[in-house]
Design a protein around this ligand. Structure first.
Ligand code: TRP
Length: 336
């Protein structure tokens, strides 16, 4: 449903780490969907560089990846005329609100977070930022009074914590924050790793044959898909296909939009080599417009910086209003 522009639209916000290498799983499970729903909301898409530095980042690489992520968002159809595409650290309210929320968050809530436990277990010395990570994320969301937060399943616990923090703040200081709903992607939008189709395609997985990155050239796309794991059947047997073959079929369907009947009629009995060729073709063709737009966006001097600046201004206007309200509620000095 499209809401006319003169109505107050609910807000949607999501955040993505600038870890680079956004892949077809991110596109089909998140970006494509955000591009579709953006006009139904007042939309904010945040590149969370402050979250990224909870583990060490090479400064030069981080700088480049922030720009790449912003460029890919826009190339994937996020419309910067309508939606704010901005970098977290250019809106000081994120850090300000984060501190205020830290002060109402029991440390036990943070120590229970599974993502924290996983990351902390891998490190000898655990930075405080890693523990605070979910509070900063709560601030990202509550700062904009977002009604909906589209995220992957792995972020559901962080969203629950965000609601707990909001509730606690509201009960201590009076109704202040909107309760954000978690928007999980549709089941069909889940893309699995090419090398291991039992695990979700992931940005942190570094194996060369794991994911097709959105900016991979067609030759690389082909090479990765030709090496994808299938099953021990001699050819496509839709009723008895293993997860690798279902994943390839799912990817093809997502890029072409073919219906189930057409898929089955076309692929049933096809040898895996031919299936892979067709999937690679569908992905390369499907990504071509995105890649073209990315090249246009990044070759026009100042274009991306202009968008990031303008979006940050819009985000700051909303953020400052919330920070001011929170300061007033807590009794902090809010200059008249
Ligand atoms: N933690 C999220 C992730 O790793 C990223 C994130 C940070 C986020 N702030 C957010 C997601 C706010 C949604 C809303 O995927």
């Amino acid at each position: 449903m499209k809401v006319p522009f003169y109505c107050m639209r609910p807000r949607v916000l999501s955040g993505v780490q600038p870890s680079g290498n956004l892949h077809i799983g991110n596109y089909l499970g998140a970006l494509k969907n955000w591009a579709r729903i953006q006009y139904d909301y007042e939309s904010f898409f945040c590149i969370v560089d402050l979250h990224a530095i909870t583990v060490y980042q090479d400064p030069g690489e981080l700088r480049a990846k922030i720009r790449e992520t912003a460029g890919v968002f826009i190339a994937a159809g996020i419309d910067p005329k309508h939606s704010a595409v901005f970098v977290q650290s250019s809106v000081p309210g994120h850090v300000e609100l984060s501190w205020m929320l830290t002060c109402v968050t029991p440390v036990g809530w943070l120590e229970r977070m599974t993502q924290y436990k996983d990351k902390a277990a891998k490190q000898e010395s655990v930075g405080d930022g890693l523990l605070q990570y979910p509070v900063l994320m709560a601030a990202d969301i509550l700062l904009y009074q977002a009604a909906l937060v589209p995220v992957g399943e792995d972020q559901a616990q962080h969203l629950e914590l965000t609601r707990d923090i909001a509730q606690r703040f509201n009960s201590l200081y009076g109704e202040t924050f909107v309760m954000p709903a978690t928007g999980l992607p549709a089941v069909g939008a889940r893309v699995m790793g090419l090398d291991d189709p039992t695990r979700k395609m992931s940005k942190s997985e570094t194996g060369a044959g794991h994911a097709v990155a959105l900016l991979d050239p067609p030759a690389v796309i082909r090479k990765k898909i030709m090496r994808a794991t299938t099953d021990s059947n001699p050819a496509v047997n839709v009723a008895n296909a293993g997860p690798g073959v279902l994943n390839l079929l799912g990817i093809h369907q997502a890029f072409t939009g073919w219906g189930d009947e057409a898929m089955k009629a076309h692929f049933e009995g096809m040898r895996y080599g031919d299936l892979k060729k067709e999937v690679a073709e569908a992905v390369a063709t499907g990504l071509e417009p995105l890649q073209r737009r990315y090249r246009e966006i990044t070759s026009e001097p100042g274009y991306l910086d202009g968008i990031l600046r303008e979006s940050a201004e819009r985000a700051n206007a909303v953020a400052n209003t919330t920070v001011r309200t929170v300061k007033e509620r807590m009794g902090l000095y809010a200059a008249p």
